[in-house]
Design a protein around this ligand. Structure first.
Ligand code: CA
Length: 224
């Protein structure tokens, strides 16, 4: 389901999505989009931020209140604080215009994969040479245990369970340090993410699995 008021961009989106979906619905306003999501219950919503009749973040909040489908935000703006606000309002990921069709398709597939994993909880997550056993709380590389601290494990688990989704510093910190307060959440995360990367990434300067979204947070790209 595409909610975007700009017809040429809607066409590009439709073409990009038609390879993966039998049916692509379109709406040109927030009001029409919300109605259509409610009546058609799409598998995924692509939501443009710049709509004529409502603020994107409000549409996102409204949808998230009752819609379980992943929401991918399409943004022409680049403000990091705005992206953080959107992710905290329940968006699953965002992509900035101009976007490549391949990038859009990859993000959409990652979101759908995560959504289907959420429906049938898996106890194993595989990425590269790694296998995470969520019940046993172990990470193995080619069968060998990789020793993680409890915090590193919690960080990796939270990111991997939400693969494809950008988690804000606030979301990630809240998930791992539930309720506890420390001075500087971002600095704390940076330290532990750096330690985790040293253990699982082949090249910590060009991480493959735990990707930084500058100024926003982190995203697990291992299973996409
Ligand atoms: Ca627009």
């Amino acid at each position: 389901m595409i909610i975007e008021d700009d017809p040429p961009i809607r066409r590009v989106l439709r073409h990009a999505l038609e390879s993966d979906f039998d049916r692509v619905l379109e709406a040109g306003t927030a009001a029409a989009g919300i109605d259509l999501v409610a009546s058609e219950q799409p598998a995924l919503v692509v939501l443009d931020l710049g709509l004529p009749d409502a603020e994107g973040v409000e549409v996102c909040r409204e949808l998230r209140a009752w819609c379980v489908a992943p929401i991918l935000i399409l943004s022409a703006r680049h403000s990091e604080s705005e992206k953080v606000t959107l992710l905290d309002a329940g968006a699953d990921d965002y992509i900035t215009k101009p976007f490549s069709t391949v990038e859009l398709q990859a993000r959409v597939r990652a979101l759908l994969r995560r959504a289907s994993v959420g429906n049938a909880p898996s106890l194993r997550i595989e990425f590269g040479p790694y296998v995470m056993d969520l019940a046993g709380r172990t990470l193995r590389r080619d069968g060998e245990i990789v020793h993680l601290t409890p915090i590193e494990w919690e960080l990796l688990r939270t990111l991997a369970v939400n693969a494809g989704r950008t988690l804000t510093h606030t979301q990630l910190f809240g998930a791992v340090w539930a309720g506890r307060r420390y001075g500087d959440a971002q600095q704390y995360l940076r330290t532990h993410i750096a330690n985790l990367r040293r253990k699982i990434e082949d090249d910590v300067l060009d991480p493959r699995y735990v990707v930084t979204e500058p100024g926003i947070g982190y995203r697990f790209a291992g299973t996409s």
